[in-house]
Design a protein around this ligand. Structure first.
Ligand code: HSE
Length: 288
């Protein structure tokens, strides 16, 4: 059996820990029952007990009070690790979904999302990873999410550096308290963003992706952040910090071509960048 799990980009500017979108960059997991559990992944050898896919698999069995069935999982991953593209959410959603399939439990995406949120701790990446598309999520007693249907199609251009940024480190630099005016700034931008995407009012998007709660605090941790975002601003290309970073995500009309322009600009830096043009994934985790 085989499943596919998408990359996700969280925050989209002001919507810190709230919005997330699934993109068409995928990890593939091929799995079968086995005598002994084993995760096979090229260039990656974590101890089984430390592996996030396996931990999530095991937790799902525990949740349903089932005896653990040993599994062999072959991973083919394209989502880069610790780059703000939802690689840990992908591992979690994969581990849970594989557990459902191995224990012959009917796939229930809402349940999978709730278990994934318990493991991840915030729902903004796991929600689009499970359901696909653009999602908004809240946590009350449990995590609840809702899909937002955008009128237009966009291209997401991921500017992925060759260095990692640990999410904890990127959260540790955030302030414990924020100014009231900054809170208002973000509430207004998120409402404006959602309204603009739903109505297809693309001329408003340049105002809607701004943020005062996290991006400027994180900028110091990310080499060339200001240089790249200033360049994108000059070129009238909208951008935001993808999740906790360090990937910067540019967003354009589906027909605009900016990849080579961005490549030419980032070529000047000592750090290397991979520029990927992505589209929205609308399916989320999928059995192939
Ligand atoms: N919303 C999270 C953050 C995403 O910005 O820290 C990272 O998982």
């Amino acid at each position: 059996m085989k499943i596919r799990v998408p990359a996700t980009s969280a925050n989209l500017g002001a919507a810190f820990d709230t919005l997330g979108i699934a993109l068409d960059l995928y990890n593939y997991y091929e799995f079968k029952r086995s005598n002994k559990s084993k995760i096979i992944e090229k260039n990656y050898n974590s101890r089984l007990e430390d592996n996030l896919i396996y931990k999530s698999y095991k937790k799902t069995f525990e949740k349903f009070h089932k005896k653990l069935i040993p599994v062999e999982i072959k991973v083919n991953s394209n989502i880069p690790i610790s780059r703000g593209l939802g690689s840990s959410s992908a591992c979690i959603v994969a581990g849970i979904s594989i557990a459902y399939l191995i224990m012959d439990r009917k796939i229930d995406k809402k349940e999978i999302f709730e278990i994934a949120n318990e493991i991840e701790g915030h729902p903004d990446n796991v929600s689009p990873c499970v359901f696909g598309g653009l999602n908004t999520s809240i946590v009350v007693d449990e995590a609840i999410s809702q899909k937002i249907y955008m009128k237009n199609n966009y291209k997401f251009i991921a500017i992925i550096p060759n260095f990692k940024l640990n999410t904890k480190k990127s959260r540790d630099v955030l302030p414990k308290k924020v100014e009231f005016k900054d809170a208002i700034f973000n509430v207004s931008r998120v409402s404006f963003l959602v309204a603009s995407l739903v109505s297809g009012n693309d001329s408003n998007l340049k105002y809607a992706f701004c943020d005062k709660l996290h991006q400027s605090y994180r900028a110091d941790l990310i080499a060339n952040y200001d240089k790249i975002t200033d360049f994108l601003d000059r070129e009238s290309i909208i951008s935001y910090l993808s999740g906790a970073g360090p990937t910067i995500m540019a967003i354009t009309d589906i027909n605009r071509s900016v990849k080579s322009k961005i490549e030419d600009f980032t070529d000047q830096f000592e750090e290397e960048y991979k520029i990927l043009e992505l589209k929205v994934d609308n399916e989320g985790v999928k059995i192939l």
